[in-house]
Design a protein around this ligand. Sequence first.
Ligand code: ZN
Length: 199
Amino acid sequence: MYAPPVQRLITELGKLPGIGQRTAQRLAFHILRTETEDANALADAIREVKERIVLCEVCFNLADEPRCRICQDPRRDAELICVVEEPGDVIPIERTHEYRGRYHVLGGALSPIDGVDPEDLKIAELYARVEAGGVREVVLATNPTTTGEATALHIAAALRERTPDVTVTRLASGLPMGSDLEYADEVTLGKALSGRRTL
Ligand SMILES: [Zn+2]
């Protein structure tokens, strides 16, 4: 129906989450109408993140150096590790200003149905970090969803076994069940953090 380059753009845009066929078409036509300079800026931005952004070698958050800014910051409490599912979950926690520790980004949540097993996430890396010592508390801040809860329980059980002297906590309830941390407002998330309970 469309010239092949236009169809290709629609196909690629349609692969983005939440973008259906109609939206992909609308975006493609928008890009076609846009100034060459602006369209190239978008293409360059996509290329640049893929070339320059890596996962932090310590916490697996996004970084443009081997270690992310939080892991490099000596003022951040290294004895406290907050475990989240995705890099996008770090931002809302940072926005609460309630948390001064470090992070560990798992890269998802356990979901045997979808074929996500412990070895698909940075779980072994978390255990190694905690077992290396110098950690006082691990805050499990996975999403309040079925998979997030299952992931938290799995990790809590393993840490109790491996490092019984480390406190393992979970965000207080109050976060809407089934929702993502990413969409939680700062006040609710701040309260969930300060009211965290020992597992
Ligand atoms: Zn890091």
